[in-house]
Design a protein around this ligand. Structure first.
Ligand SMILES: [Ca+2]
Ligand SMILES: [Ca+2]
Length: 106
C-alpha cells in the first residue's frame, strides 16, 4: 500500500513516527492533539490536520467526563447527537471514548 486516506481520522494518542510513506497519505480533516507523535519533519498543519484540544467525550463542556456524559451517549444512541469520534453515529465507540477519558479532561 502506497496510499492511505486518513481524512477525519482521529489521531489522538497516535504514534506515527514509524509510519512509512506518510508523505503520500491524505490527512485532510484528521484531528490530532498534544499526545500525537509525528514523524520527524512532518508539519501536521501543512498536511491539513486539525488540532483538537477539546475532549470529544465531554459533551456538556464541564471539563469532566462523568455520568452526565455517559447518559448523554445513551440518550443519543443511534443518532449523531453524541458522536465523540465524528463518524456520524453514536455507538459503542463513543461509549468507549467516554470510558477511556473518564475523569478530569483538560
Ligand atoms: Ca462532562
Ligand atoms: Ca461515533
Amino acid at each position: 500500500m502506497s496510499y492511505a486516506d486518513l481524512s477525519y481520522a482521529d489521531l489522538t494518542g497516535a504514534y506515527l513516527s514509524s509510519v512509512v510513506l506518510w508523505e503520500s497519505a491524505t490527512w485532510t480533516g484528521a484531528t490530532y492533539d498534544d499526545y500525537t507523535v509525528f514523524p520527524e519533519g512532518m508539519d501536521p498543519e501543512e498536511y491539513g490536520l486539525v488540532y483538537d484540544e477539546d475532549c470529544p467525550a465531554d459533551f456538556n463542556g464541564d471539563t469532566q467526563i462523568e455520568i452526565l456524559d455517559l447518559l448523554f451517549v445513551i440518550h443519543h444512541w443511534g443518532t449523531a447527537g453524541a458522536d465523540a469520534n465524528n463518524d456520524g453515529n453514536t455507538d459503542v465507540l463513543d461509549l468507549l471514548a467516554v470510558i477511556d477519558g473518564w475523569g478530569t479532561c483538560m
